[in-house]
Design a protein around this ligand. Structure first.
Ligand SMILES: [Zn+2]
Length: 133
C-alpha cells in the first residue's frame, strides 16, 4: 500500500474504501472524466473524484472521516514532503492506547498533500481498524 502513487487507480481505491462506492470498471473510464457521476457506459459504477491529485477532492476524504478521525497534516523538511495522520477519537475521547495499536495511522512521507491524505485515509479505513463503521 505504501508504494501506491497518485493515480486514477488510487482514486478508485479511495472511492471504494472510504466512500463505499461501487466504482466503474469499464475499459476506458477516463472518457467519463472526473466524478462524482455514474459511468456513461451503463455499468452502474461511479467515476471517482481526483482524490489523490486534487487538494479539493482530497479534502472531501478528510471530511468523510471527520466523524471519528482527527487529522493532522504536516510538511517535512528538507524535502518538503507531506505526512498525514489520522487519529481515532470516540465521543471526544482519544482511544489511542496500548490495546489499540492500529487506531493511530499515518503515511510514509510523499510529494503532495492529496497523496498523503489518501494513503493515510486508506490505512484508517483498513481492516486493521475494526472500530470504523
Ligand atoms: Zn463503467
Amino acid at each position: 500500500m505504501t508504494n501506491l502513487s497518485a493515480s486514477r487507480e488510487l482514486d478508485a481505491l479511495v472511492a471504494e474504501k472510504v466512500f463505499r462506492l461501487e466504482v466503474c470498471r469499464c475499459e476506458q473510464p477516463s472518457s467519463c472524466g472526473f466524478g462524482p457521476q455514474q459511468c456513461a457506459f451503463g455499468c452502474g459504477g461511479w467515476i471517482p473524484l481526483a482524490h489523490s491529485t486534487s487538494i479539493a477532492a482530497a479534502w472531501l476524504v478528510v471530511e468523510k472521516l471527520s466523524d471519528k478521525w482527527e487529522m493532522n497534516l504536516r510538511t517535512i523538511l528538507p524535502a518538503r514532503d507531506y505526512v498525514c495522520e489520522f487519529k481515532l477519537v470516540v465521543k471526544n475521547k482519544c482511544i489511542v492506547d496500548a490495546q489499540h495499536p492500529f487506531e493511530h495511522v499515518w503515511n510514509n512521507p510523499v510529494d503532495t498533500a492529496p497523496l498523503a491524505i489518501c494513503l493515510a485515509a486508506l490505512k484508517a479505513v483498513g481492516d486493521k481498524v475494526p472500530a470504523h463503521d
